[in-house]
Design a protein around this ligand. Structure first.
Ligand SMILES: [Zn+2]
Length: 272
């Protein structure tokens, strides 16, 4: 089994209310870090899982309807925090990023897609189909900002479908072995957004990237649900709960696997 080098970083953050992420908790402002993972495959090279924010968020939320997004979500991102900048500082040229796995199409995950001209994109077919034709308010209600998408997106993308996948992982369900070497297994985490995907990475410490299938460690450790108000922004509350249960069980049975909810400050601090 091929081993992957794993690094977690964040590209900006937004402010959120703790009582939304965890029901019955006190109302206080917390930081939702927009993390992304930098993976290094011995043959396939540099890979990103999501990209975090870029300053394009400000640029494309100046006018209605997207200014509503910026009003609801206070975003903080500086040039030197962007993934492209952080990677350059590590000596990695943007053209050396060969693949970007897109968990879903919210602005805090796709902000940097335009920075990596050689990258092939990997996303779920149903996630893309859900946002592909959306513009204006129809895009806004999905947390999608069309201008963040590279112009040649479709020709650069491998669209994944789980329709005829029979291989399953215990507790996590069907998976797609991205490179056929068990190094990165793509898993479905519907609920928060249609077609959301995560990845089980065969890093020296096995790591499960769950994107927004939980926002805080507390969500999956103690099955502490978010405030029901967030249903307004979720694709399916039923699927969200089903997947949170799966992650909860998986965690109990695989306590050594590092689980990374994209925006959890505690997790981010623990492993960076
Ligand atoms: Zn997110």
């Amino acid at each position: 089994m091929t081993t992957i080098k794993f690094n977690l970083a964040s590209a900006g953050y937004c402010e959120a209310n703790q009582s939304h992420a965890l029901r019955n908790e006190s109302s206080r402002t917390i930081k939702f870090y927009a993390t992304y993972a930098h993976l290094e495959h011995p043959i396939h090279g540099h890979i990103l899982f999501d990209t975090g924010y870029t300053r394009r968020f400000y640029e494309h939320t100046r006018k209605l309807p997207f200014s509503i997004y910026a009003k609801i979500t206070k975003v903080y991102i500086k040039e030197k925090e962007e993934a492209v900048y952080t990677l350059k500082k590590k000596g990695i040229d943007p053209i050396d990023i060969k693949f970007i796995i897109i968990s879903h199409f919210h602005a805090d995950h796709i902000g940097g897609l335009r920075d990596f001209p050689n990258a092939k994109f990997i996303c779920s077919k149903i996630a893309y189909r859900d946002i592909k034709h959306r513009r204006g308010y129809q895009a806004l209600i999905r947390g999608f900002i069309p201008n963040l998408m590279p112009d040649n997106f479709e020709s650069r993308t491998k669209f994944l479908s789980f329709d005829s996948i029979h291989q399953k992982l215990e507790n996590l369900g069907p998976f797609i072995d991205l490179f056929g070497d068990k190094s990165i297994l793509i898993i479905q985490f519907d609920g928060h957004a249609k077609g959301q995907i995560g990845a089980l990475v065969n890093a020296p410490n096995k790591t499960l990237l769950i994107s927004d299938a939980a926002w805080q460690k507390e969500n999956y450790v103690n099955l502490h649900l978010p405030n029901p108000i967030v249903r307004l922004f979720f694709d399916s509350w039923k699927d969200y709960k089903k997947n949170l249960n799966k992650i909860h069980k998986y965690h109990k049975e695989n306590p050594k696997t590092i689980i990374i909810p994209c925006h959890c400050e505690q997790t981010y601090r623990e492993i960076t």
